[in-house]
Ligand binder design. Structure first.
Ligand code: G4P
Length: 543
């Protein structure tokens, strides 16, 4: 299977370029999960296997779900730490894995959506007792938007779990995703003994401090009965028989995002994780071509391209610095390079690109397609920026979703209006909140996914800019980006007419794109009917 990425050297095949070989070794992925499903525990186990940390518990002491609001504010202040865990790079089976972390709290899910624009695969962690939960589904939908291949890990098999067949059924039905069990569990809860690997007919038994592997001739092998408690052998055979109705693993179907291989395990006990990682190493794609506005970009090109999907501010509170996370899409990034910021035409020096190894950061000498490097800057770079070594092209695809919490910003001291504007602009660059400026000139409106984002905004406004703000509710429950369906002066005139029809309900976003606010879904639908020449979009891809 690996051969798809690195063709076997044949007589007539030219040797791979260094860029192609390095890109072929990269596996860049994220973990998607509902809070508490075990993302942190699994991350630690993956890092242990990759030798990036020595002891479990090194990533974060506690599940993020338990954090209180004040914990989060503290985290915001200690942003240096979250930067270190934003990207975790480790080597396994000759490949370089870049695991991009996503915030555990759903109030920061916008950050997660953007991070998913920078990965080539995802691991979906499901709690075996709970199945598909709300956040799993939302994140899955974002993966589906860009056909990201997904490997599924059904976690917490060491606890009371739902019937595995029922779980498979739920994944298949609620996500409309084909499933193929790579392994099949033997019991659950206290009786969980291990898994049977359907690909290579191996029994993997959970043992204190590790796994025991027994290669069998197939499910009929009589050794199973000797290894499992009385009667369990037949239960296992029955299970294997039942799952034979599911499709076999098919690489193309997986890579197109239609089929997910399923692994069962227990992240807490470290069981099934190696198996999952082997699966990722074998099946997950290396960086592939990416669509930019001007053309399709191939990873093995010598020309350097990449885009910024995340900004982390104030990693060092003494210097007002920001780290922009650049996903390299093609070419080799060398330390000391000067890159073109396509949006502005500016030349950006990359003197000390940062690489991330769990808790440390290191200056990188070079980076390859699939890698993520941190570029320190003072506010020049923003989310969605494309960097190249001179070429005029833009990657689209870092998404903004229409927020449902819209608040008017109230400024205590009107003398600070100019400062407020600058501060809001900078924080919008970082993706802390979305900022909208009403066309009637009234106070700006901010859009967020969760209350915590507002807390972070207010506290950073005060701490970093000395501006005290509060938020007033608005009557709006949603917003849409408005665009003409057609181009040309006539279409533009319709759009202008619409915007003038109710200036107090219209605004411009951070990129001066027009938006409309609505008090209800009914109002939005009515506008759609009344203005058939316009599109009302809930998703916008930044550039
Ligand atoms: P998250 O990042 O997805 O939010 O989840 P996290 O890994 O923090 O795990 C949430 C809770 O579930 C933790 O318990 C963790 O120990 C537990 N857990 C994770 N994987 C497994 C598993 O395979 N089996 C079992 N039995 N439990 C698992 P906690 O009580 O919040 O934390 P702690 O006090 O145990 O550290």
């Amino acid at each position: 299977m690996d051969s798809l990425d690195t063709p076997a050297p044949g007589h007539n095949q030219p040797p791979l370029s260094e860029t192609a070989a390095e890109a072929g070794r990269r596996r860049t992925f994220a973990i998607i999960a509902h809070p508490d499903a075990g993302k942190t525990t699994l991350t630690e186990q993956l890092l242990l296997l990759g030798g990036a940390i020595q002891i479990a518990g090194a990533v974060r002491a506690k599940g993020e779900r338990r954090r209180t609001r004040s914990d989060w504010m503290k985290i915001e202040q200690d942003r240096g730490i979250s930067v270190a865990t934003s990207v975790m790079t480790f080597e396994y089976a000759g490949q370089i894995f870049n695991l991009l972390d996503t915030p555990g709290h759903e109030d920061f899910s916008e950050d997660t959506y953007r991070t998913l624009s920078a990965v080539d695969a995802a691991v979906m962690v499901i709690d075996a007792a709970k199945g598909i939960e709300a956040q799993t589904r939302k994140l899955f939908e974002v993966c589906r938007l860009r056909d990201i291949p997904i490997v599924t890990f059904i976690n917490k098999m060491d606890r009371e779990a739902r019937e595995p067949l029922e779980l498979l059924d739920e994944i298949e039905k609620t996500l409309a995703l084909d499933v193929t069990p790579a392994t099949w569990p033997i019991g659950s809860g206290r009786e969980f003994a291990g898994v049977y690997d359907r690909h290579d007919a191996t029994l993997r038994m959970m043992r204190e401090g590790g796994e025991q592997e027994i290669t069998l001739s197939g499910p009929e092998d009589a050794r199973i009965d000797g290894l499992l408690p009385h009667g369990q052998g037949d239960v296992l055979r029955e299970g294997i028989e039942l799952v034979s109705v599911y499709p076999d693993f098919e690489l193309d179907s997986f890579r197109e995002g239609h089929l997910t291989p399923i692994y069962f395990g227990s992240a807490l006990r470290g069981f099934g994780v190696k198996h999952l990682l082997d699966g990722l190493a074998k099946f997950a794609p290396s960086p592939s071509s990416r669509r930019a506005d001007a053309r399709l970009v191939e990873p093995d090109e010598e020309k350097l391209t990449g885009f910024v999907f995340k900004i982390q501010a104030n990693t060092d509170l003494n210097h007002r610095d920001r780290v922009a996370f650049l996903r390299v899409c093609s070419g080799r990034l060398r330390k000391g390079a000067r890159l073109k910021q396509v949006r502005t035409g500016k030349s950006i020096p990359v003197n000390a690109p940062l690489f991330f190894f769990a808790k440390e950061r290191q200056v990188a000498e070079e980076a390859w397609p699939g890698d993520v490097v941190g570029i320190a800057n003072h506010g020049t770079l923003r989310i969605g920026d494309t960097l190249t070594d001179g070429e005029e092209l833009n990657f689209r695809g870092v998404p903004s979703f229409a927020p449902e919490i819209l608040r008017r910003v109230r400024l205590d001291d009107p003398m600070l209006a100019k400062k407020l504007r600058k501060a809001l602009d900078q924080l919008a660059d970082e993706g802390v909140v979305q900022v909208f400026r009403p066309l009637d000139g009234s106070q700006p409106v901010v859009g967020v996914v969760g209350q915590l984002q507002l807390d972070v905004l207010a506290s950073r406004m005060m701490a970093e800019y000395g501006v005290n703000i509060t938020f007033e509710p608005t009557s709006w429950s949603t917003m849409r980006w408005v665009a003409s369906k057609e181009s040309g002066p006539e279409a533009r005139a319709v759009l202008e007419r619409f915007l003038r029809s109710a200036p107090s309900q219209m605004a411009e976003d951070h990129d001066n794109e027009p938006v409309a606010f609505f008090t209800s879904d009914w109002g939005r639908r009515r506008a759609e009917e009344e203005w058939p020449a316009l599109s009302f979009l809930s998703l916008r891809e930044q550039h």
